[in-house]
Design a protein around this ligand. Sequence first.
Ligand SMILES: [Fe+2]
Ligand SMILES: [Fe+2]
Length: 255
Amino acid sequence: MYRRLLERSNSGSRIDQRFLEYIKPDHPLLTTLQQSMPGTYRHSILVGSMAASAGQKIGVNADLIRCIAYYHDVGKITRPELYTEGQSGDRTKLGAITTRDELAAILFHPRGSQFILSDNDFPAEVLIAVAEHHGDIMTRLRIDEKLKKKLTLNELYYPGPRPSSKESAIVMLADSAEAVLNRTRLSQGWPTDPTREFIKAIVHRVGGELRHAGQFKDAEFSRFEQWSVEESLMWWMYRYYHGLDVVSTPYPQSK
Ligand SMILES: [Fe+2]
Ligand SMILES: [Fe+2]
């Protein structure tokens, strides 16, 4: 019976053995991330679970997705104090970035992740994708007004490259959606009972912005695949926020 359950949850896709040793909970680098940055660890596992589940729906490599997601932010480990998910208290009240050095360090973290994984002999697909997880988008960070006046436009952008595979694009989408949903959850705009439509609107807006900024051009990630992934992310997050395993149908639209 359990074997049948496992087969069904993999929906016919084969397990890719190349990534299994890296996504084991006791991998030394994952353990280090868990102990040094529990907030980032939680975010990475969440992104890995929702992105892998969405990836299965469109038949791409879910084990590769999980591996990319678990380690995409490991580069933050060199300066954990710069990142909001590692802070205590109300992070919506955290100050804006005030120095050029802090901003540059944050925008460098995808490359930092790549360097750390390269030193630990991770597979090439994972090295490539972690460096791509913010593409070359403009940062959404809050920057102090005085500093903003001194910066050139280039200094506000992640260095890229853009995602070059569907798996990399799905991690980027799930990572951005999770970050924006989490930020909204800590703001006044979060309802006590977020509906499916509320979550869907945020996920689709984030996805639309990334496509509009050209982030999926090199990934052969079609609009239909993106739509399927966003629907899957929406359902996953809806169930996550409500602590649900199953959503009864028909879903009440007016709720
Ligand atoms: Fe990141
Ligand atoms: Fe992230």
